[in-house]
Design a protein around this ligand. Structure first.
Ligand SMILES: [Zn+2]
Length: 449
């Protein structure tokens, strides 16, 4: 079966080019001015951007976080992802108390297989580091796993790593090809905040409990360690101007990248000041004046834009007693709104916005996840994950999650319409709707360990 996507503007090599794309089976086989006669099927992409399938590099799906279970399972999350052009979902598998990382990975794979509408890649979150655990990580890196997640905070959840441990892992696993994804908020600084004088009934107080300085201090420390040991470092969900600037300045000195999330660009701490502000509690917290941060990101400073999708159902999110905001589960949804809100970064310049999606939500995440040989660009030999994006569809409200988790972007709208989304050569979404809802075709991208 050959499919020709023609008359669109294709994002390739950082430019938009008038090219046709020929797909055979699961792969792209040619780009150029191509004859329709060469194909069994033609997709007309006139007036549309033709982009590589999007990759949400940072999501939490079908997992327990602290005392609460996430609102989205693999089927609904990947359905909404694919309907919005996301052909690869990167999510986390966290080693729980009393289990090995391999057991946690097997559980996650069992939940995802046969239920995922888009491809799935797991970042690994190990939580014990005995010699046997290190040997497991080395074996996983040897068979193609690449990304390990570490936290400089969250002692209560059993996922905290000291800087000493992080340094040790950089030394041992860095040379084995690991890319370290690090949540940077300095735990000592957070512990040092005296909560006794604070009004914990107000969600806005969250910004005082987890101050900007905690992120900046942790970023500086972890960047120094990565440079000293030549480890590949990716800092997740950067929310501060100072932290982002430090990462930009450090990039040329090592293998260092970072992501930010749409909520740190378009939502500020005033959302926390609302009567229902606890619904916007996430960590790091929403911050003050976003204009300078947004301007830096507009210039392309962040390698990756990802959601940190972490939805809790309305009942769980609202379950606190109104007295102590520390009882509120931290996180908000994002999968369904990722391309729409990312577009807004450059919305005065649609071509730049389309290229922004191709670079920051496809190419760079593919490279960082270690799948740049298959995903992230429209080239012969690559998986035919293709988004035919019409920027001039009907205006619709954003919807970030298929669950009843409180919407992160109420009042926001988008005119982006997903005319076709191809997953490995097959049209799986037509005009924003899944074509084969009963027959999910997503695959795990990593080998069974
Ligand atoms: Zn996260």
């Amino acid at each position: 079966m050959k499919t020709l996507v023609r008359h669109g503007r294709v994002a390739l090599d950082g430019r938009l080019q008038a090219l046709d794309v020929l797909v055979e089976g699961e792969r792209i086989v040619a780009l150029g001015a191509l004859e329709a006669a060469s194909a069994d099927r033609v997709i007309e992409a006139g007036g549309c951007y033709v982009l590589p399938g999007f990759i949400d590099f940072h999501t939490h799906v079908d997992d327990q976080i602290g005392a609460f279970y996430l609102a989205d399972g693999y089927e609904p999350a990947t359905r909404m992802a694919l309907e919005n052009g996301i052909t690869t979902l990167c999510t986390f598998v966290t080693q729980g108390p009393g289990e090995t990382l391999l057991q946690a990975m097997a559980t996650a794979r069992a939940k995802a297989e046969g239920r995922s509408h888009c491809d799935v890649l797991w970042h690994l979150t190990p939580t014990t580091f005995d010699p046997a655990d290190i040997a497991t990580l080395q074996a996983l890196l040897a068979v193609g796993y690449r990304t390990l997640k570490l936290y400089t905070t969250y002692k209560f959840a059993g996922i905290f790593s000291s800087y000493d441990r992080i340094e040790n892992l950089f030394q041992i696993l860095g040379p084995r090809g690991s890319c370290f994804l690090v949540h940077c908020e300095d735990d000592e600084l957070i512990d040092a905040v005296d909560a006794s004088g604070l009004d914990l009934s107000q969600a806005l107080t969250h910004t005082l409990l987890r101050p900007e300085e905690a992120e900046v201090v942790a970023i500086r420390r972890v960047v120094d360690l990565a440079m000293a040991h030549r480890a590949a470092l990716h800092v997740v969900h950067v929310s501060t101007l100072e932290g982002a600037r430090h990462l930009v300045a450090s990039r040329s000195k090592g293998d260092i990248s970072f992501e930010t999330c749409p909520q740190y660009l378009f939502l500020d701490e005033s959302w926390l000041a609302r009567a229902d502000g606890h619904r916007w509690l996430c960590s790091p917290p929403l911050r003050g004046d976003r204009a300078p941060f947004l301007e830096l990101i507009r210039q392309g400073a962040a390698d990756i834009i990802a959601t940190d999708h972490c939805p809790f159902c309305a009942r769980d999110k609202d379950s606190w007693n109104g007295q102590d905001l520390r009882a509120v589960p931290n996180g908000m949804p994002g999968i369904g709104s990722l391309p729409h809100v990312t577009w807004k970064i450059w919305e005065d310049d649609p071509d730049r916005a389309a290229l922004g999606l191709a670079i920051h939500v496809s190419l760079n995440p593919a490279l960082r996840a270690g799948i740049g040989d298959r995903k992230g660009a429209l080239r012969p030999g690559m998986d035919a994950d293709i988004v035919v994006l019409d920027p001039s569809g009907p205006l619709r409200p954003l919807r970030s999650t298929p669950s009843d988790a409180p919407e992160a972007y109420p009042g926001f709208t988008s005119s982006l319409a997903f005319r076709h989304v191809l997953l490995r050569g097959e049209t799986r979404v037509r005009d924003g709707q899944l074509t084969q809802a009963q027959n999910p075709a997503g695959r795990p991208l990593q080998p069974r360990p």
